[in-house]
Design a protein around this ligand. Structure first.
Ligand code: SF4
Length: 313
């Protein structure tokens, strides 16, 4: 284990230096037409629903920018009418000049829509497949457009074809045995890297957390297994960015700084409007790292790494 840790540390520093890039999620909407068993935004959950106006999005962004963030990730449920391409374009057009990078984690779109959003400055797209096991996928995605496994999988390539600079993929750990999921995730990443060599890929590994749906992870992943998975991914895919969210507790996040992680969110709120008006709308899931962005940055510095707020590539 010690030699694996050393190897992982060496591979990460060789490629990325001793840096951790910071970003913040900005939730646009918790309205969703899908029924996904594991998600707080699932259509039939009784939560306060809200879609931010462009003015409200700017209010949220202003708070994050004042905290130091220059990389924002716009997140929403799947609602083609409320979170349309027009709506996203308007937000990107208004927000992009104020920041260094703007990514989206919204419903899968087609190549043309991604091209249009790229014109307004969207340079990153995140689409988690959640699970590569089709049977499990079918069991947890009860109704709605997300039930289409193939469409979700192909949307990743639509983003690549549209020329989106950074594309994030990942699985939701806990839905099915992680060994097989990680093997398929690595295969998927290798295929994408070979076919779309001009795209920069990243991997995120959200673990199932409590939310309004009360769904229990059928295959929970322990902290030890989680750290092991991150290390395996670094060895298998030395050139890929590995993203860690505030779903994980501070002690574990601090340890993982040394072990392959390259990007971290900080100070996250998972409800729309949560930075300016906390808890007025339903959140997607509970977070465990409740530190402020400044506190997370201090922990990174203390570990001997540089927190990067702005990366002009
Ligand atoms: S996982 Fe996504 S699509 Fe499914 S309910 Fe949650 S926000 Fe909607």
């Amino acid at each position: 284990m010690e030699s694996l840790k050393e190897k992982v540390h060496r591979l990460t520093v060789q490629r990325f230096g001793k840096t951790i890039q910071l970003f913040a999620p900005l939730y646009l909407s918790n309205e969703c037409v899908d029924t996904c068993l594991y998600c707080g935004f699932s259509r039939h959950n009784k939560i306060e629903r809200k879609t931010l106006s462009v003015t409200e999005v700017l209010e949220e962004a202003k708070i994050l920018i004042n905290q130091g963030f220059k990389h924002l990730l716009l997140v929403s449920g799947e609602h083609p009418k409320k979170v349309s391409v027009d709506y996203l374009s308007e937000i990107a057009r208004t927000l992009r000049p104020k920041i260094a990078s703007l990514s989206i984690e919204v419903a899968p779109l087609d190549e043309q829509s991604y091209q249009r959003l790229a014109l307004y400055g969207v340079d990153g797209v995140v689409i988690y497949q959640e699970t590569y096991d089709k049977e499990v996928y079918n069991q947890v995605h009860i109704a709605g457009p997300k039930k289409d496994y193939a469409k979700r999988l192909s949307a990743v390539e639509e983003a690549c074809k549209a020329g989106i600079r950074q594309v994030g993929i990942g699985v939701l750990l806990g839905l099915s045995p992680w060994q097989k999921e990680i093997q398929r995730l690595i295969e998927h990443a290798k295929y994408l890297m070979k076919r779309y060599w001009q795209t920069e890929f990243r991997i995120s590994l959200p673990r199932l957390k409590p939310c309004a749906s009360s769904f229990q992870a059928p295959y929970p992943v322990s902290d030890e297994e989680f750290a092991h998975i991150i290390m395996m991914l670094r060895v298998a895919l030395p050139e890929l960015g590995l993203v860690l969210s505030t779903r994980e507790k501070p002690e574990l996040r601090d340890q993982l700084i040394y072990l392959g992680v390259t990007h971290m969110s900080a100070g996250s709120k998972t409800e729309p409007g949560g930075y300016a008006h906390p808890e007025e709308a339903g959140k997607q899931f509970d977070i465990e790292d409740l530190r402020t962005p400044a506190e997370v940055a201090r922990a990174i510095t203390k570990a001997g790494y540089e927190p990067v707020w702005k990366d002009w590539i």
